[in-house]
Write a protein that binds this ligand. Structure first.
Ligand SMILES: Nc1ncnc2c1ncn2[C@@H]1O[C@H](COP(=O)(O)OP(=O)(O)OP(=O)(O)O)[C@@H](O)[C@H]1O
Length: 191
């Protein structure tokens, strides 16, 4: 599904990594190793060089917008542009809110009126709302309590099982089944 032939950034490089639908990756490595950089390069949000394919189609045969609609980066440091939380969704998110422990009434509020943990979960739903092929989730459970963490992990697992592909970074080992990758000395490899 996603094939990284080669990816070079000033600080990291990856070569010959293949990922299938239904696969989740747990990206490991020390703080500052470049885990977030890799996710942002995969989503084409940072300058990088090389070649990647999604469903056999080169990144260079697509517009940046086409690629970024399929490979979506979701960060804990999320940004919001519109007055109400609900305004950020293309599809009605109310039924999905409960899956991550959020009260649908929060959708009527301004993003700034949510707690950071609520905003983080809403940002995940916003990313899933775009129906990505690959979700690059950067510390999706950081700062969450155990109950919320379990619900977010279940939501991510459901995404992968429906044919999505997930790459996430975590300091804490998530409970869903994941293939470990590691970044060491700027190189990404199977752990
Ligand atoms: N846009 C950027 N351009 C160049 N260097 C960057 C950029 N963003 C971060 N860095 C640097 O790249 C290195 C890797 O940062 P990154 O955020 O990817 O680390 P990380 O492995 O995700 O760390 P952590 O686990 O602490 O979140 C750090 O030294 C950081 O200062």
């Amino acid at each position: 599904m996603l094939h990284i032939h080669s990816l070079q950034h000033a600080l990291i490089q990856a070569r010959d990594l293949h990922l299938d639908a239904g696969q989740g990756i747990h990206l490991q490595g020390p703080s500052g190793a470049g885990k977030s950089l890799l996710l942002r390069c995969l989503a084409d949000l940072l300058p990088w060089q090389g070649e990647m394919e999604l469903h056999g189609r080169s990144v260079w045969a697509q517009t940046p917008v086409q690629w970024r609609r399929q490979v979506v980066y979701c960060s804990t440091e999320n940004h919001w542009w519109l007055p109400r939380c609900a305004d950020h969704f293309l599809h009605d998110p109310r039924t999905d809110m409960d899956s991550v422990g959020l009260d649908p009434a929060l959708l009527e509020r301004a993003p700034a009126q949510l707690s950071s943990g609520q905003r983080q979960r809403l940002a995940l739903l916003r990313a899933l709302d775009r129906q990505p092929t690959v979700l690059c989730a950067d510390e999706p459970c950081a700062n969450l309590d155990d109950h919320s963490r379990a619900r977010v992990e279940a939501r991510l697992e459901a995404f992968v099982q429906r044919g999505g592909m997930l790459i996430l970074t975590h300091h804490q080992k998530p409970s869903l089944p994941l293939t470990p990758w590691r970044i060491e000395n700027g190189r990404v490899h199977h752990a």
